[in-house]
Design a protein around this ligand. Structure first.
Ligand SMILES: Nc1ncnc2c1ncn2[C@@H]1O[C@H](COP(=O)(O)OP(=O)(O)OP(=O)(O)O)[C@@H](O)[C@H]1O
Ligand SMILES: [Mg+2]
Length: 284
């Protein structure tokens, strides 16, 4: 199980997040960014946070600690915003907390600090879990104490919103063109060689055990164990289907990196210098 804490004070809503996550203090004296179980997309979003966050951690990708946060119905009685009040009242019970990283910096200012090895691993991981929410517009990565941190995996594992369509998602190509790290020369082939063998059935079973029963939504009220097994089977099938999505990912990484390379020789020549010399002719 994830560590369990109880919320003691609602601090404020984080309005930059679409799901209106809240900053909360807890009885372990920690401060957490809380994703509410009553927020728009429902509890599968919380399951995605746990499955992806803990799978990433097991693959040595940096993710802040995750906990369950018990919330009393009257936690935010002093909150003036009616929308937030409602959200919290309907979220009484078990919610998801991510360790708050005070003073964390936005990804955009530090994107150049991500090396190709790490960029490749993050891109490979996002393709595996189908994370559509790590674009340059909305990177969902922070820098904290000089180190990259991955946050917000709620938009991954989209298959769990509609299990009958899950089989069709197994071999689906991953659109990496807008990914925040596609220009960081991601070494996807090395990531695949390093991380592929680590994603095993026992690991996935351990990760699924961390998801509270109440956040599992299988078809027709099936037992939680059956729903957990669906995720394990789905992710193992996605891994096995790499021949269907990996080559395109490697190509996208190469194309993305090309987009950032310096302009071809001659392109920035001032007009008065005349046309560039033919290829192979030295200018010196
Ligand atoms: N652990 C954290 N430490 C510090 N700041 C955080 C943390 N988690 C989230 N934030 C801040 O809060 C914002 C919203 O969080 P997050 O992206 O998880 O919410 P969301 O509602 O899922 O967002 P989105 O609009 O991307 O769906 C982040 O962009 C970041 O600025
Ligand atoms: Mg976000």
């Amino acid at each position: 199980m994830l560590a369990a804490v109880t919320a003691t004070r609602y601090v404020l809503p984080l309005r930059e997040g679409g799901s209106l996550p809240g900053l909360v203090e807890a009885d372990d004296l920690g401060t957490y960014v809380v994703k509410w179980r009553a927020a728009g997309q429902g509890v599968p979003v919380l399951a995605a946070e746990v499955v992806c966050g803990e799978l990433a951690r097991a693959l040595a990708l940096p993710v802040p600690a995750l906990v369950t946060v018990d919330v009393a119905p009257d936690l935010a009685v002093g909150e003036p915003d009616q929308e937030v009040q409602e959200l919290l009242r309907h979220s009484a019970g078990t919610n998801l907390g991510m360790d708050y990283l005070p003073g964390a910096l936005d990804f955009s200012a530090h994107s150049a600090d991500v090396d190709p090895e790490l960029a490749g691993r993050v891109l490979w991981f996002d393709a595996l879990v189908g994370n559509v929410d790590r674009s340059w517009r909305n990177p969902n990565m922070l820098f904290w104490h000089g180190r990259l941190q991955l946050i917000d995996h709620g938009a991954a594992l989209t298959f769990h919103h509609h299990w009958p369509g899950a089989a069709a998602a197994v071999a689906r190509p991953y659109d990496a063109a807008q990914h925040a790290l596609v220009e960081s020369h991601p070494d996807v082939a090395a990531a695949d060689a390093a991380l592929g063998p680590l994603v095993t059935r026992p690991l996935l079973e351990r990760v699924l055990e961390l998801v509270p029963d109440a956040w599992l939504r299988g078809p027709e009220e099936e037992p939680a164990a059956t729903t957990r097994e669906r995720y394990v089977v789905q992710l193992l099938a996605r891994l096995d289907a790499r021949p269907a999505w990996l080559p395109a990912l490697v190509r996208a990484a190469a194309d993305g990196s090309r987009g950032r390379s310096p302009a071809p020789r001659g392109q920035n020549r001032p007009g008065w210098l005349g046309p560039p010399p033919p290829p192979g002719v030295s200018q010196r």
